[in-house]
Design a protein around this ligand. Structure first.
Ligand code: SF4
Ligand code: SF4
Length: 165
């Protein structure tokens, strides 16, 4: 399922991936590590996410090894069937593609969310801005529903969970 999705790597779900302070020095050669949030992290979209696959899968950071979104957790616990997990990913990817068509050149989803905030705090948005905001909000509702655990928001960082494999 994850190789069909990658939404926790490409900026759809997160803007940053936390890394442990112990691991940060070794990762600095491969990632733009910063301490902006009080904890070392690197930004998304991750440049190692290529065509929905992790190009450094065997040596990916601990956070990425242990992370489970809501749908993956439910699948592992057999609370949902593989078909339902795949349906959720497919539905969300359709919404993601709709947003992608409305992004500005070079704009990532984390940057698009900042733009949405700017538009919504201004006055009289253009029709194209409204279309963009609606598409992005529809995507965020699906990501909230299927991929964010209780308490996670669009501003949460990808953080380590319990390693299961
Ligand atoms: S953990 Fe969840 S969000 Fe991340 S790639 Fe897998 S299914 Fe997608
Ligand atoms: S290192 Fe791999 S698993 Fe981690 S965010 Fe980047 S592409 Fe995803």
């Amino acid at each position: 399922m994850c190789t069909h999705c990658a939404m926790c790597c490409d900026g759809t779900k997160f803007a940053y991936v936390n890394v442990s302070p112990d691991e940060a020095p070794a990762l600095a050669a491969d990632f733009a590590i910063s301490d902006d949030g009080g904890e070392p992290s690197f930004p998304q979209p991750c440049h190692y996410s290529v065509e929905r696959r992790c190009e450094i899968y065997a040596r990916r950071p601990i956070t990425c090894r242990s992370y489970r979104c809501k749908t993956l957790s439910e699948l592992r616990k057999e609370l949902i069937a593989p078909e339902e997990a795949r349906r959720r990913v497919d539905e969300t990817l359709v919404a993601r593609r709709a947003v992608s068509q409305l992004l500005q050149p070079g704009e990532t989803l984390p940057l698009a969310r900042k733009r949405r905030n700017t538009i919504s705090s201004g006055s009289a948005p253009a029709v194209s801005d409204l279309r963009f905001m609606l598409a992005l909000t529809a995507l965020d509702l699906l990501v909230d529903r299927y991929f964010r655990a209780n308490g996670e928001t669009m501003f949460s960082r990808k953080a380590a969970g319990a390693i299961e494999d």
